[in-house]
Design a protein around this ligand. Sequence first.
Ligand code: ZN
Ligand code: ZN
Length: 183
Amino acid sequence: MLCYDVRNLLADPQNVISVDETMDTESVSFGSETYPVLDKPHVRGVIENLDGKALRCSGQMELTLQMPCSRCMEPVRVPLELQFEQRFIQSRELAGPDADDESEAEAFDGMMLDLTEFLNGEISLGVPMKVLCRPDCKGLCPKCGHNLNEGPCGCDQSEDTSPAWDSLKSLLKAHNNQDGQEV
Ligand SMILES: [Zn+2]
Ligand SMILES: [Zn+2]
């Protein structure tokens, strides 16, 4: 699975390995959250020989995650299409005099190139910060937690009556009075 013998590729720069695989990923972690994978990541791309020592893997992958709507918490299908490109350098070249130039590259052992860890990292980077079940999702009632997409809950939604707002207003009033006295 996504582990390629690259000895022939390194021996002949004209060689190209084509990648067309489905990853066996059950879930994706992002921060403290874990999201189930609905459609497993399908990876398509190529591994090319750059200069006899370095390889480049580029392509795209498609997958579908299930994430909670940021407003109402209902599960949402989130299809992702991610482009990727990464250079891989043989580990022994990394230790050489040019090592500083290769900080962007990943290491491989010179025989096998395993893309699993790299691609899992790309998926984590591609997880959106926010998803909505629909553009006009009304979210949950802040008082009773009712899903407002299913209709009103009967709570009074006017902000002015909340105790937090009242105390903020009185704070502002006190602040303004203070300023008035100083002038
Ligand atoms: Zn929603
Ligand atoms: Zn309510």
